[in-house]
Design a protein around this ligand. Structure first.
Ligand SMILES: Nc1ncnc2c1ncn2[C@@H]1O[C@H](COP(=O)(O)OP(=O)(O)OP(=O)(O)O)[C@@H](O)[C@H]1O
Length: 268
């Protein structure tokens, strides 16, 4: 078997005295999607932020295409940053409201001549299903789904190999969410992209990922093929998460953490 594109080994992240990620290991094969699930606060975003080096992990290895980027200094990290891009949950908050879609998408392409930048921005917006007329508009003039498409186009500008999607469709209506998931699936097939997809929505995870890891309190408690884990979770915790996802009425007005606790107590 070929080497995985990404191999994370014994990742530890401390925020001061608090250990948010406690010895996490997983790998992602090229052209596939790994989902990371778990209740709020279990460390999913901290893993994501480590992968794109928005933070420097306390210890462990993050081997991307043969290079360990966990502790690399910024100068050596720069060429690698192009290979890993992040798509955020809140497409409005993550796009500069003062810039046009063209400027946002072309921003990572500063080294290109202006005309080439414009051409590339148009090509990227077309690839995510937005018309040429979108180029001159600003974020406030788009719907949530369209803004997420701009975020994806921007992430694609550096021709990355790995996209880290942190709750990338969570803020969208169900039908728009389905369209953005379809877009991500198409882009993966066309470009051979690899995704690490963080979500608390097990329906979304079932649709987009081949493999899954379940996190709890900074550790991985279960992993495997998505279909297997969701059909017959080995861990009580995963069963409780699944139960909470299957029974939205149980969630009404309550924190997922409380529902998971209650379901665990009931032996769900
Ligand atoms: N900058 C920070 N300083 C201190 N603690 C932090 C910081 N960022 C996150 N934490 C804590 O680390 C833990 C993991 O947070 P993280 O955001 O990774 O969880 P998560 O699983 O992504 O949660 P959510 O699904 O709510 O986004 C939480 O207890 C959180 O309060």
């Amino acid at each position: 078997m070929s080497q995985p594109l990404l191999s994370v080994q014994d990742l530890v992240v401390d925020y001061g005295a608090f250990r948010a990620v406690d010895g996490v290991s997983f790998s992602v094969e090229r052209g596939t999607t790994l989902a990371v699930v778990g209740e709020s606060g279990c460390g999913k975003s901290t893993v994501a932020r480590s992968l794109v080096r928005l933070l420097t992990p306390t210890s462990g290895r993050i081997v991307l295409d043969g290079t360990d980027l966990a502790q690399l200094p910024e100068r050596r990290l720069r060429p690698l940053r192009r290979k890993v891009q992040m798509v955020f949950q809140d497409p409005y908050g993550s796009l500069d409201p003062h810039l046009t879609a063209e400027q946002i998408v072309a921003e990572p392409l500063r080294e290109l001549p202006r005309a080439d930048r414009s051409k590339e921005a148009a090509r990227l917006l077309d690839a995510v299903g937005l018309p040429t007329s979108a180029l001159r508009r600003r974020p406030a003039e788009f719907s949530g789904g369209q803004r997420q498409r701009i975020g994806i186009a921007r992430a694609l500008a550096t021709s990355p190999e790995l996209l880290v999607c942190d709750e990338a469709t969570s803020a969208l209506d169900v039908s728009v969410q389905a369209q953005v998931l379809d877009l991500l699936t198409e882009l993966q097939a066309e470009r051979g992209l690899t995704y690490l997809f963080i979500s608390h929505n097990l329906g979304v995870v079932r649709q987009i990922s081949q493999r899954i890891v379940v996190m709890r309190a900074g550790r991985i408690v279960e992993s495997g093929a998505t279909a297997d884990v969701l059909r017959a979770p080995a861990e009580e915790y995963t069963r409780a998460l699944r139960q909470a996802a299957l029974d939205p009425t149980a969630m009404r007005g309550r924190k997922p953490r409380d529902v998971v606790r209650q379901l665990q107590a009931a032996g769900a």
